[in-house]
Design a protein around this ligand. Structure first.
Ligand code: HEC
Length: 410
């Protein structure tokens, strides 16, 4: 494809449009799911409720009062009209998958593959990614249906170990960024498949039974509840992964999988805080304290897993002007093929993220970004396609440390 042609330009717009849609669908899905969880927990039993009713809640919103009544299995008579909640989840998954294809599969050599991890062809990387998504769901679904599935804690622990193991495994196969996004896609797929393969089919069966005058199997509701509990606890981590792919100190980090493990625990703790609160019980403040401790652990892990600790030890000292000239030469040889007004790298229609280094003043004005993406971490060059060496990163570190922003231009 002609890098400066209409094609990449249109793909850029398509990506933005799909991303917009994906975020909105995700808001609708997570919003309705948070709403129903809070509603569920706020239900109160009282005398005089209709038969089969489990509890009721009164709510006020948007200028009106709502009287919600929950029927555990189903009401005695089916209402004529029933609103289903499923398209929020399906639309989030489809748009997310489209984004995965547009961003990660179309640019597999930049985002998915790191030849320093494993040399893969784009087709192989994409195949592994797809197999990972499908098999991840199958393993999870089997776990839920296995004897372990009857223990909330056993299954929770098994699921946690499985997810952390998967994310560690993916870091041995993909680039840091690819591995983390693969985890986001995997968790998102499990959540959407829970809706599509378990929750909605179960509910459809209950409705059909009721219409036919059969007594629905209460096990169906129990299974749906298990899956929706998992979705509840996975919501915060999955959103974290989706936004963390813009932060190299998370994804381009040797310990990214361990950071994700802490995020999984923090996400569950924070959800637990709100779940308990919505049940009208005393707020478990300890969960917020523990999440705060988790945040400190994450910062520690990301410092340890970055290059900063080693660079500190290897710092040699160059006179500032020399450091600057050397550093600019590194940027010109390793970065400017892509980060220029007219990139030479195939398939780039313009400088990535509008970030250009084809002029010394531009390099100087992007010092912090260069530090974050190419020195503190190995996020750039992607998959080290331009073969930057560790020595060159040390040169960049010296320049960043020693020369002032207003330093002499080479
Ligand atoms: C093969 C092409 C390529 C090379 C070579 C390359 N980059 Fe990048 N760079 C990209 C792409 C693509 C992105 C966009 C990543 C994204 O979507 O988050 C990017 C993003 C960045 C960003 C983030 C910009 C922002 O505002 O989000 C910085 C900073 C950066 N690169 C610095 C560098 C440095 C420094 C080098 C050289 C050491 C380098 N890049 C080499 C392709 C390249």
């Amino acid at each position: 494809m002609d890098a400066l042609g209409l094609g990449p330009f249109l793909i850029g717009w398509l990506e933005l449009a799909v991303r917009w849609f994906h975020v909105i669908a995700g808001i609708a899905w997570i919003g309705s799911s948070f709403y129903f969880i809070a509603l569920d927990f706020s239900l109160k039993k009282r005398d005089g409720l209709p038969d089969q009713a489990y509890g009721e809640a009164w709510q006020v919103h948007g200028g009106g009062f709502y009287h919600m009544v929950k029927y555990l299995v189903a009401p005695a008579r089916m209402p004529d009209e029933l609103t289903w909640f499923k398209w929020e989840s399906y639309a989030t998954w489809f748009s997310g998958f489209a984004l995965l294809v547009l961003v990660y599969y179309f640019n597999a050599s930049l985002y998915l593959i790191d030849p320093n991890v494993v040399i893969l062809s784009p087709v192989m990387a994409i195949t592994y990614s797809l197999i990972g998504l499908a098999s991840g769901w199958l393993v999870y679904d089997l776990l839920c249906r296995s004897p372990l599935g009857s223990s909330v804690w056993g299954l929770g622990l098994g699921g946690f170990v499985g997810l952390v193991g998967a994310s560690y495994g993916y870091t041995l196969l993909f680039s840091g960024r690819g591995a983390m996004m693969q985890m986001g896609a995997l968790i998102g797929t499990i959540m959407a498949a829970n809706v599509f393969m378990v929750i909605i089919p179960g509910q459809t069966r209950v409705v059909a039974d009721l219409i036919a005058g059969r007594r629905p199997d209460p096990g169906i509701g129990a299974r749906a509840k298990q899956r929706s509990l998992h979705n509840n606890y996975l919501t915060l981590p999955v959103v974290f992964i989706m936004i963390a792919n813009h932060y190299p100190m998370m994804f381009a980090n040797r310990l990214n999988w361990a950071i994700l493990a802490v995020v999984l625990i923090m996400g569950a703790l924070i959800r637990h805080f709100f779940n308990t609160r919505h049940q009208g019980q005393p707020s478990p403040w300890w969960t917020l304290g523990a999440s705060g401790a988790g945040a400190i652990v994450i910062v520690f892990l990301s410092w340890q897993g970055s290059n900063l600790a080693q660079l500190e030890q290897r710092a040699a000292s160059f006179p500032p002007v020399e450091a600057q000239a050397l550093a600019h030469a590194v940027i010109e040889t390793r970065c400017v093929v892509c980060h220029a007004a007219q990139p030479v790298w195939a398939d780039l229609s313009g400088p990535p993220k509008g970030t250009r280094f084809d002029d010394p003043t531009l390099i100087e004005s992007h010092r912090q970004k260069i530090a974050d993406w190419a020195v503190a971490t190995h996020a750039m060059p992607p998959g080290n396609v331009t073969d930057i060496s560790d020595e060159e990163r040390v040169i960049l570190a010296n320049w960043l440390r020693n020369s002032k922003v207003e330093g002499v231009m080479p």
